[in-house]
Ligand binder design. Structure first.
Ligand code: SF4
Ligand code: SF4
Length: 385
């Protein structure tokens, strides 16, 4: 296993490079400039290194839906790695289906074939200890992650029903093979901070050497699968995934204290979370900010109420999955993805047992029809919270 990055890093360099679209040459130029700004690919990859690229391969989806990391971002990274003498491969553990199938649908398999690189499905779990973890001391990750000399994190900037945004830190959740991810949702229950802390500990354990974020076109609204494309026009890169997420959140207009993985990282002393301690290369954060980015409705207002009222009011206040019956085709993908097993169909209608629902929003994430959204609880709605 590679060395885990030092805890408590207090400074970080982030590179922001403009990129107007997915033209192969333009993307390569932007990715190369971003990596050069961090010291060049030779800083991260040595001759003969086994280099694992970890894109976001959530589910099978066409490239123009912007659900997965764009193949041209993967291609540009592969070219750089090969130039440095590294031996690259591409791997992930999608939420649904295999990495090979997802890569075939979104075009990454074509790039892999053209570049002579293998796509690996993460299905070989191994136990790893995480003694330096702030809270989580053991993980089951894929063997390919453990065996790589270098991991390059390739997230896509998208909205997320539970975590608000999925970016650098959240992308490493795919290091956990297959359905084992479900167990983490169950153990976190309704506690979003618990889940965020686990994501931070896992990302820190895997310690990707560098993260290159596809924010050329991101996803807003009902992400991470069924939102709308939003042009951001950036390739962003950093060694520190926590710091990169801080900057990316600021660019799309999410306050740092609303990004739970950032809050968790700050509390756990992992990564750099203070913009004052970051140096920015390429464009300035101010010039890159985009207005009107649409976030999912994540209503977590329990903390506004005294503890003794929280349990009785929980169902009235917290966000919940809401199904659009016109769009629902009763395929039951959501039910099969639900860690708490609380979705059933009765009289041709989908039903949620909200008392048992842990608000992980895996159902919203997985619905192929975009029929599930995150809605406010009735009291929250009435009080316009
Ligand atoms: S996954 Fe979507 S379409 Fe399928 S049953 Fe659930 S809500 Fe309906
Ligand atoms: S119903 Fe949806 S939000 Fe609730 S536990 Fe199941 S998957 Fe999670």
């Amino acid at each position: 296993m590679r060395k885990t990055r030092k805890r408590g890093e207090k400074t970080a360099r982030i590179s922001l490079q403009r990129c107007g679209g997915y033209d192969s040459e333009k993307v390569f130029k932007a990715v190369k400039k971003a990596i050069d700004d961090l010291g060049g690919i030779d800083r991260f990859v040595k001759k003969g290194d086994r280099v694992l690229l970890k894109p976001n391969l959530l589910v099978s989806s066409r490239v123009d839906k912007h659900v997965t990391t764009h193949p041209e971002v993967v291609r540009a990274t592969l070219k750089l790695v090969k130039k440095a003498g590294g031996k690259p491969s591409i791997g992930d553990s999608p939420a649904l289906g295999s990495a090979v199938k997802v890569a075939a649908k979104c075009g990454i398999a074509d790039v892999a074939r053209e570049e002579g690189v293998e796509v690996i499905n993460f299905n070989r779990p191994i136990d790893i200890d995480n003694p330096a973890g702030a809270q989580f001391k053991k993980f089951k990750i894929d063997e390919a992650i453990r065996d790589a000399d270098v991991v390059i994190n390739l997230p896509k900037l998208k909205t997320h029903g539970q975590m608000t945004l999925t970016m650098s830190v959240k992308n490493m959740f795919g290091s956990i093979p297959g359905t084992r991810k479900t167990q983490w949702h169950l153990s976190a229950g309704t506690d979003r901070m618990h889940f965020a802390r686990m994501l931070v500990d896992l990302c820190h354990k895997v310690s990707p050497q560098v993260t290159i974020m596809d924010a050329i076109v991101g996803m807003q609204g009902n992400g991470p699968q069924n939102g709308d494309a939003k042009k951001i026009g950036l390739v962003m890169a950093a060694e520190d995934p926590v710091a990169l997420d801080v900057v990316a959140s600021e660019i799309v207009g999410l306050r740092r204290d609303k990004m739970l993985t950032t809050v968790a990282a700050e509390e756990m002393g992992i990564g750099c979370t203070d913009p004052e301690d970051m140096s920015i290369g390429g464009e300035s954060v101010e010039d890159c900010k985009i207005g009107g980015f649409v976030f999912p409705m994540v209503v977590d207002i329990m903390s506004l109420f005294p503890w003794f009222l929280r349990n009785p009011l929980r169902d009235w206040l917290t966000s919940r999955p809401v199904v659009d019956r016109q769009k629902c085709e009763l395929c039951m993908v959501c039910a099969n993805s639900c860690p708490a097993r609380v979705i059933t169909a009765k009289n041709d209608k989908l039903q949620f047992d909200l008392k048992q629902c842990i608000r992980c929003f895996c159902c919203q994430e997985m619905c192929p029809q975009g029929a599930i959204t995150v809605g406010a609880g009735p009291l929250a709605k009435a009080l316009r919270l």
